[in-house]
Design a protein around this ligand. Structure first.
Ligand SMILES: [Zn+2]
Length: 230
């Protein structure tokens, strides 16, 4: 039995299949993984303190490096949405802020790091469409409040509701498939630690959870999904 055949069989058998995705699933859609960059300046810029003290350059940085409004879901996003329609996928936890799973039609998605497509006023919480905001300078609400993206910055807690839903999903899954995450960013990555049954990792590079996994693919994600969907 090949690894692909085994994974296909496990997906067929699974009663509670949960998917956990990271940046690697969206790079084939043209969204670069900013965390893999050699330049670590994003760790200083994408913080609450930097945002408050440097509203113009923070806004400019986010629009320049994190915002890809015209990216489309790829084969992998579509494959998991299709598995959900067939009643196979119970829920999907994602570290991505690009909304591509939702665009692919996935219904039960827990975006634990938020969404780059939702911006809101820090004072009155009024929501704004980022396409209509100034991408080079700070934007202010009619009430005077600063308009920020609804994403989790370094040092900020994860979206609590989604985190707990995601954590529970990982705990009860009888098959947890990690796709395109190097599992380096905490506390998101530690959710995988709670997988008590089958754990499968599909990621181009090694992850620190590979040894705990029952099956590991260090291959191109689209290639693996393509073989799975044949
Ligand atoms: Zn406001």
């Amino acid at each position: 039995m090949t690894k692909i055949e085994r994974l296909k069989a496990w997906i067929m058998e699974a009663k509670t299949l949960v998917i956990f995705t990271g940046a690697g699933i969206s790079t084939p859609s043209g969204i670069p993984d900013f965390r893999s960059s050699q330049d670590r300046s994003f760790e200083d810029i994408l913080t609450y303190g930097y945002m408050i003290d440097n509203k113009d350059s923070f806004t400019n940085y986010v629009f320049k490096h994190l915002y890809y409004p015209f990216a489309k879901p790829n084969l992998a996003h579509l494959y998991f949405a299709e598995l959900e329609r067939k009643g196979k996928v119970t829920s999907l936890v994602t570290q991505n802020i690009d909304d591509l799973h939702m665009l692919a039609g996935q219904k039960r998605v827990y975006p634990i790091h938020g969404s780059i497509h939702k911006w809101y006023c820090m004072k009155c919480e009024k929501e704004y469409d980022p396409l209509k905001l100034d991408h080079n300078h700070a934007n202010y609400c009619s009430c005077g409040g600063f308009i920020r993206p609804n994403i989790t910055l370094y040092g900020e807690p994860l979206d609590e509701a989604y985190y707990h839903l995601g954590l529970t999903a990982c705990q009860v899954a009888d098959l947890l498939i990690v796709v395109g995450s190097s599992l380096n960013v905490e506390p998101a990555a530690s959710m995988v630690r709670y997988a008590s049954q089958r754990l499968v990792i599909i990621n181009k590079d090694k992850t620190k959870y590979d040894r705990r996994a029952d099956l590991v693919f260090h291959e191109d994600i689209i290639d693996v999904i393509h073989k799975l969907s044949l």
